[in-house]
Design a protein around this ligand. Structure first.
Ligand SMILES: [Zn+2]
Length: 256
């Protein structure tokens, strides 16, 4: 689940101000989805739902929202405590080229390609065991739900557990298979994926309910073509750009 921004997508740099912004992006998109629906623009509501899926998917992954995103980064002592070096430092950029740092893609992508059909069936089974999640209907609650999702993912499977189980001297395929064959890791991953699906469904549902959806929603532009949906996705991203934390604070839109 590596973010792949397009050249036209406004994005904060991957610097300090982008770190920790994920729950606020979900808040922003949730609000945007509600606004679209109130105007009867179902197409943009759906486009927003798709953009939100990326963020919620990332939040359900233990490595993603941790400083060990790419494995253990170089650390620096400040006032006796250890901190990761800044992400825009040469030291960090260099560390990302190491075999160890490939753990992010190996865990989140290659590992799930070992047995995709089995993984999907296991997520389905996990979802059947659960009750639907419900989320209070506000952007603030949407952000809080995503913070809980992140916390649960890391409590269930600590980033260090994944990193310690990995042998970077092996090939990427062998590393992925070893992780998938590790019962603790595969089971926790299935649960986290199911958690992400449940949270996403609840976020979509709550936005739909608040937007006072008409009984028979009809997209404004019919028929709904893939092209118009992708145009709506581009429009939603430019109307509600992915802001850095400083710009979010200045906007005054993110007060509970
Ligand atoms: Zn990821």
């Amino acid at each position: 689940m590596n973010a792949r921004p397009t050249s036209r997508t406004p994005r904060p740099s991957c610097g300090v101000m982008a770190i920790g912004a994920l729950p606020f992006h979900v808040w922003q998109i949730w609000d945007a989805m509600v606004t679209c629906l109130k105007k009867g623009d179902v197409l943009r509501f759906v486009a927003g739902a798709g953009v939100m899926a990326h963020y919620v998917g990332d939040a359900s992954q233990p490595l993603h929202c941790s400083y060990m995103h790419h494995g253990v980064p170089p650390m620096r002592k400040v006032s006796g405590r250890s901190y990761p070096v800044p992400r825009d430092s040469d030291e960090f950029k260099e560390s990302k080229k190491s075999r160890e740092a490939k753990i992010h893609g190996i865990y989140e992508e290659t590992m799930l390609e070992v047995d995709p059909a089995g993984a999907l069936a296991a997520v389905d089974d996990e979802l059947k065991k659960r009750r639907a999640v419900s989320i209070d209907r506000s952007g603030h609650r949407a952000a809080k739900a995503v913070i809980a999702l992140m916390n649960d993912a890391q409590t269930r499977l600590a980033p260090n557990t994944i990193i310690d189980a990995d042998d970077p001297s092996q090939s990427q395929t062998a590393r992925a298979k070893a992780l998938w064959d590790d019962d603790q890791i595969s089971k926790a991953t299935i649960r986290s994926l199911a958690d992400g699906v449940g949270a996403l469904a609840a976020l979509w549902t709550s936005a739909w309910q608040v937007g006072a959806a008409p009984r028979s929603p009809r997209p404004r532009s019919e028929p709904t073509k893939k092209r118009s949906l992708s145009r709506s996705t581009a429009a939603i991203r430019s109307s509600w750009p992915s802001l850095g934390l400083d710009a979010m604070a200045e906007s005054g839109k993110f007060e509970p």
